[in-house]
Design a protein around this ligand. Structure first.
Ligand SMILES: [Zn+2]
Ligand SMILES: [Zn+2]
Length: 254
């Protein structure tokens, strides 16, 4: 085994890729894009703190089923809501919400309808442009070995990684991890593992303890769900294993 493959395997992490199938018969409990999200107790639909309109429900994933991913120790059903009016690109901006429901049950589920969007402006009425409503898709989660991108590997491996600096290594490395993972960098939805950054790693650090953050979910632009972040972009939800519920959002596109 080459030195490069050794290093790649050392930092491999279990992850799950999401396979989407359009369906109008998803339950409120299951992993899915669009449709009706799960609510329980006195929880209400979250509105955007900037524009006051209801956030759009993007997806929910039952992280408990991703038993090989370390995130499964910290999260239950994770939901992602997003404001298409404000289009936030980073954690600091309002207009997104990640909700963790530790132990959802069908018996506790409560129907909550999305509040209507506020009246729209003159131009959008003329052109009948409506904010994107995600098409409901069932998610199957398929395990695979996830490898860090080269800049993340350099950070992780630090003093073992001097040889990664050479230019020839780039093609060799990405060819190698495509072969080992069976997944090329397609930036589609996945849980756990290493983020597939479109514009390079932001080296996300926890604001509380400074520790390197891990990927909870990468949410790609998914044609089946009619979901698109910018130009074929992706949203990355990062967490700290010491402070798991203080998540950060990054969004990148081509
Ligand atoms: Zn908004
Ligand atoms: Zn932390």
């Amino acid at each position: 085994m080459s030195k490069l493959e050794d290093l790649a395997r050392k930092y491999a992490k279990p992850a799950y890729s999401a396979k989407l199938t359009v369906s109008d018969s998803c339950t409120v409990l299951e992993s899915k894009f669009g449709g009706q999200p799960y609510f329980e107790g006195d929880s209400q639909w979250t509105c955007c703190t900037k524009c006051n309109s209801a956030l759009f429900f993007i997806c929910q994933v039952d992280i408990r089923q991703c038993t090989l991913a370390s995130a499964s120790q910290h999260f239950g059903l994770v939901q992602f809501f997003y404001c298409w009016n404000c289009y936030p690109w980073e954690s600091e901006q309002p207009g997104w919400s990640v909700v963790n429901i530790p132990s959802p049950e069908a018996a506790k589920a409560k129907p909550v309808q999305m509040p209507p969007q506020p009246a729209r402006g003159f131009l959008s009425k003329i052109f009948k442009r409506n904010p994107a409503q995600t098409t409901q898709c069932r998610i199957a989660l398929l395990p695979f070995d996830s490898f860090p991108q080269l800049d993340d590997l350099e950070q992780l491996a630090d003093n073992e990684a001097d040889f990664l600096q050479s230019d020839e290594i780039i093609d060799e490395y990405y060819g190698l991890i495509e072969k080992l993972s069976g997944r090329s960098d397609d930036y589609s939805t996945m849980v756990g593992g290493h983020a597939e950054w479109i514009q390079g790693s932001p080296n996300a650090k926890c604001k509380t303890c400074g520790q390197r953050m891990e990927l909870l979910m990468q949410i790609g632009s998914e044609p089946e769900a009619r979901l698109m972040f910018g130009d074929a972009g992706a949203a990355y939800i990062m967490y700290c294993s010491q402070h798991p519920h203080d998540v950060q959002l990054y969004t990148q596109c081509f």
